[in-house]
Design a protein around this ligand. Structure first.
Ligand code: SF4
Length: 491
């Protein structure tokens, strides 16, 4: 263990409650935390007995709570999600659960079953005696299973398990050391607004209502919004996500995603007699309408957006000859029939500065170019970018919670970096957080894409709290009170 964590101070407590208590007293008497003489964080590591049937020897149990032998909760361990994620990333078999401590080694199946009945996953003889209620420093507890209900401690069969457990305990040491280096008090700034926008709420509610009204399965063309958690949740309730309509059986119900569809998709659905519920965000529909209006007036339309995004695919289908550009240099490759009849529109989730650079180049090349009546970048995109931008310069780290295919989320990372964050990262959820990001990060900003459920932000903040106390500051730059009515088919 000490070899795996060369910079940590390693204290060997020895086995059993008496030695554990003595070690705890020695640690606490080494000085107050704030003076720098006492421990800034405590990682408890050792071997344990498995209580749950089927738990393999070598499984690393990361405690989320520590119980006394009578089931009393001695400590809640908030570091568990972060530590478990890092251990999993290193390929270790990990389970999160309660660790119970008893006076004596547990060697009988009946006692194991009794302790499992308390809700514990593993048993040891030290942790609950080391930690007292109100233990003053951030704590992580990792115990590696040696014996299990199927392989009792006194059997020779536990020897291979013991070897495996020691190997995994050693492999866990660098993670605990890393966690210790990340531990400390911090300020967490929450960008407001963040998470769901009105278009996303409407799209999710549309699928839910369609499931209620038309019964599962309800087919959804493409991801309803770009978030894996949302998709998984709706799948569990009977939604079936497909790429194209040819995967939808005749007579079935299909929901169009918030990103919209091209007219060709609507025609195909009509020809096949599918029941359609259209969850396209009204702000995306506005862009489609602009394309049609420009095309009707003889303009050649340029869409500023990202290739391959569901929204741009739908918009590109609205007019003949529409061309996509993402950067100013793309403008130089446009094939324009009449330079006096060029119009541009934009994807709803871009950053205004990116759009401005492309529009500037368009204006240089086609001075008569015209744009939409009002900006196509939607209020939600704008507000989330403004909010993160306002706080980024104060942050050592900005965490953007969102899926990697969310344009909205990717822009929030870019905007944070441009606005002066020392580092900005995108994570799908708390399991994507890396301990190393927090080593010298005393101010952490958190925001989330318009497609990210708010609970994922709460879980990220909880994970940060697992490295030490956090002072939370809400930084709200705009109040949002937008809502869109549901599609008529599910109203
Ligand atoms: S981000 Fe904007 S355009 Fe996209 S769904 Fe939300 S409100 Fe609609």
């Amino acid at each position: 263990m000490a070899k795996g964590a060369p910079t940590a101070r390693v204290v060997r407590t020895g086995a059993g409650p008496v030695r554990a208590r003595r070690a705890a007293q020695a640690l606490l008497s080494s000085g107050p935390v704030c003076s720098g003489t006492g421990p800034a964080a405590l990682a408890v590591a050792g071997l344990a007995g498995g209580l749950r049937e089927g738990l393999a020897p070598g499984t690393v149990v990361v405690a989320d709570q520590v119980l006394g032998a009578d089931g009393t909760v001695v400590a809640m361990i908030e570091s568990a999600p972060m530590v478990a994620s890092e251990l999993r990333r290193r390929g270790l078999p990990v389970t999160i659960g309660a660790v119970v401590s008893t006076q004596d080694l547990v060697t009988s199946g009946a006692r194991r079953a009794e302790l499992a009945g308390l809700g514990a996953v593993a048993v040891d003889c030290e942790t609950a005696y080391l930690l007292s209620p109100g233990w003053p420093v951030p704590t992580a507890v990792v115990r590696v299973v040696v014996d299990t209900p199927e392989r009792e401690l006194r059997s020779f069969a536990t020897i291979p398990g013991g070897i495996k457990a020691l190997r995994n305990l050693r492999a866990a040491a660098p993670v605990l050391e890393d966690w210790g280096r990340s531990a400390g008090a911090r300020r967490v700034m929450l960008a407001g607004p963040r998470s769901f926008c009105a278009g996303v709420e409407r799209a999710i509610a549309t699928v839910e209502k369609a499931l209620e009204r038309f019964q599962a399965p309800v087919y959804v063309r493409r991801q309803i919004v770009h978030n894996r958690h949302v998709v998984r949740d709706l799948e569990a309730r009977g939604a079936v996500f497909v790429q194209e309509l040819d995967q939808v059986p005749d007579g079935a119900t299909v929901v169009y995603s918030a990103h919209g569809v091209a007219p060709a998709v609507r025609s195909e659905a009509a020809e096949r007699g599918l029941r359609v519920v259209d969850a396209t965000c009204p702000l995306v529909n506005k862009v489609h309408h602009e394309v049609r209006r420009f095309a009707e007036h003889g303009f050649q339309v340029v869409l500023i957006g990202h290739a391959g995004h569901d929204e741009t695919e739908g918009t590109l289908g609205e007019a003949e000859g529409i061309q996509l550009v993402s950067t100013p240099s793309d403008v130089d490759r446009l094939d324009i029939r009449d330079p006096s009849k060029v119009a541009y529109i934009t994807q709803t989730t871009l950053s205004p500065s990116d759009v401005a650079a492309v529009v500037a180049r368009l204006s240089e090349r086609y001075p008569e170019v015209v744009g939409p009546h009002s900006a196509d970048i939607c209020y939600a995109t704008q507000n989330r970018q403004d909010a993160v931008s306002a706080m980024a310069a104060e942050c050592d780290l900005v965490i953007v919670v969102g899926s990697s295919n969310s344009s909205n989320a990717a822009r929030l990372v870019e905007v944070s970096e441009r606005a002066g964050a020392r580092r900005a990262v995108l994570v799908e959820d708390h399991s994507g957080l890396r301990l190393s990001w927090f080593h010298r990060a005393s101010t952490v900003g958190v925001t989330a894409a318009a497609s990210t459920p708010p609970r994922l932000v709460d879980e990220v903040v909880a994970a940060v709290r697992g490295m030490g106390p956090v002072a939370i500051e809400e930084r709200t730059v705009a109040a949002e009170n937008v809502s869109f009515p549901l599609p008529v088919e599910v109203r």
